[in-house]
Design a protein around this ligand. Structure first.
Ligand code: ACM
Ligand code: ZN
Length: 550
């Protein structure tokens, strides 16, 4: 009797241990899918015996399948093999294209006792479904994961869902940029705006102008503290070779993220001017800047040579980046040098440009310069994005405007017929503080963009006329790195604010609910931990308190 009892006890213990190794999926992820409809049937049991099916011969879906396999292994410890197939078999995960889905990046997931199907109108949509499935999984070492039967579907509200990264003020290596792309993919984002040139350095190899990186890629020191006159005197810099850029562009493309390079012009150009002083109005000498801010020294657009230089640079940029959009900056361009420069004044006179009630002749000269660049890119099938300063210098409505000095310029741009990407300093500058209690925070530019402010941001102003609302094509957060010196600090600034942004980018306003988001955020944060990413833990607990104090 006693022996039987011991055996029974052992059996119960084994059963308990076995149960402990079974996890359960939860589809209430970030960003929340539009629909999660339960199905009354038994659950799907995911084990390492399941295969991930993809359509034979479809390279994009083969990559998707491999990506899902890796994600499942990261989350659960179970390794699933992938299999090219012509049909979805029972007991497996099947990835497939589905014409019934309207949105290019929309996805559907169907879970039944027999099969898990991840569908998208395109491979990019399937990838979004894969992200959703991945985030639904429990984290740990499992023998099996129970997936409750369900129909899940979602489509992003905005086609342009961006993050920006400034790799000039501080330089970050290839692996850091790739991890940033991984973080973006996890949050359902699809555009990386990569800031590559500025006063403090030139970070993209241009074969025709080697001094851009040899000279322009390095500064002799960096200001200490909050842009103080004291400089550390340490030579600082770096750049991406064209080979590295191609590798990063491909890495992003495999994750359905388009990289939009920014070559900021005609201002923020000291990197180039230090290398080729003849590009400036005074001829220099110039130095790659060790301070932050706005320099009066900008490109001289009175010289034909400057225009040729820009075209040559853009030729190489276009070879490296297949993105339709090229960001040409256009922000913070003081015109004091142009006012004094005989060649710039000659250009104004030759073009018959005059000041009008709204704009100076020099502002309109920037408009002329931008139009030259815009036309050149258009000849190559590309389009420009520029900062909202472009609205002040009559650029063609085919230029897409990035609204940073608040959301108002963007609304004005939309009324003028421009497509607009909303990335206002408040609340979408993620280099700003995320709390009003800044004393225990890493030094930051300033401001206070809390998690809740990001969550509550509405990109399409209520009073925007109906016929212009479609011009708001996207939302992006910006990460300027004057005060961000290392990768953990980048991650700290963006996490968990990217999670809040992802719901702005994906959800309709009426679907948003901050308290519900915060509850769902906890599991996403467990993924941050799994991958060893740094994040601001305090935002999870005390954010409202911070907000209330402002
Ligand atoms: C900007 O922050 N100067 C676009
Ligand atoms: Zn000039």
């Amino acid at each position: 009797m006693r022996r039987y009892f011991t055996l029974l006890l052992m059996a119960v213990m084994i059963a308990v241990i076995a149960m402990a190794q079974t996890g359960k999926a939860d589809y209430r992820i970030v960003p929340l899918p539009d629909r999660i409809d339960g199905i009354k049937s038994a659950d799907f049991r995911l084990t390492d015996k399941c295969l991930i099916n993809y359509t034979m011969g479809d390279r994009a879906m083969e990559r998707n399948a491999a990506m899902l396999s890796r994600y499942i292994e990261d989350m659960t410890g179970m390794h699933l093999s992938t299999r090219p197939t012509l049909r979805g078999d029972a007991g497996n995960i099947t990835l497939r294209l589905d014409d019934n889905i309207d949105n290019d990046e929309g996805y559907g997931i169907t879970v039944t006792p027999k099969c898990v199907e991840v569908r998208g109108k395109t491979a990019a949509g399937v990838f979004q479904g894969i992200q959703a499935l991945r985030k639904s999984l429990p984290i740990g070492e499992f023998d099996a994961v129970i997936l409750p039967s369900a129909q899940i579907s979602s489509s992003p509200r905005f086609g342009y869902r961006g993050m920006h990264l400034d790799c000039v003020r501080h330089f970050f290596g290839v692996e850091t940029v790739k991890r940033y792309i991984d973080i973006m993919a996890l949050h359902g984002m699809n555009r990386l705006h990569w800031h590559l040139t500025d006063d403090q350095g030139w970070r993209i190899e241009i074969k025709k102008y080697p001094r851009l990186t040899e000279v322009g890629g390095w500064r002799n020191g960096t200001t200490l503290g909050h842009n103080s006159p004291v400089n550390d005197g340490i030579r600082y810099g770096g750049y991406y070779t064209q080979e590295e850029i191609r590798d990063i562009v491909l890495y992003a493309a495999d994750r359905y993220i388009t990289i939009i390079p920014e070559i900021d012009m005609p201002g923020h150009m000291l990197g180039a001017l230090a290398a080729y002083p003849e590009l400036g109005c005074t001829g220099g000498p110039y130095e790659v800047w060790g301070m932050w801010g706005v320099s009066d020294d900008i490109l001289c657009v009175g010289k034909d040579h400057t225009l040729q230089f820009i075209k040559d640079v853009l030729d190489e940029v276009m070879q490296l980046f297949p993105s339709q959009y090229i960001h040409i900056g256009g922000d913070e361009s003081p015109r004091v040098r142009w006012q004094q420069c005989p060649l710039c004044q000659q250009r104004i006179s030759d073009l018959g440009i005059t000041a009008d009630g709204k704009q100076s002749a020099e502002a309109r000269l920037q408009g002329w310069f931008t139009t030259q660049v815009q036309n050149y890119l258009a000849q190559h099938g590309r389009r420009i994005i520029g900062w909202d300063e472009l609205l002040g210098c009559d650029v063609d409505p085919s230029a897409t405007i990035m609204s940073w000095r608040g959301a108002k310029p963007g609304a004005e741009g939309a009324k003028l017929g421009h497509d607009v990407i909303m990335s206002p300093v408040g609340p979408l500058y993620f280099d700003y503080y995320q709390t009003s209690k800044t004393w225990n925070e890493p030094m930051s530019f300033g401001g206070c963009n809390t998690l809740k402010k990001v969550y509550d941001f509405e990109p399409v102003a209520e009073d925007l006329p109906a016929g212009t609302r479609h011009h708001i094509i996207g939302v992006q957060a910006n990460v300027w790195t004057e005060y961000i010196t290392c990768e953990p600090q980048i991650q700290y600034q963006v996490l968990p604010r990217m999670a809040a942004l992802s719901e702005v980018q994906w959800l309709q306003p009426e679907e948003k609910d901050y308290q519900d988001f915060k509850a769902r955020l906890l599991h996403l944060v467990d993924l941050y931990k799994l991958y060893g990413w740094t994040y601001r833990a305090k935002s999870l607990i005390q954010e409202e308190e911070d907000h209330a104090q402002e």
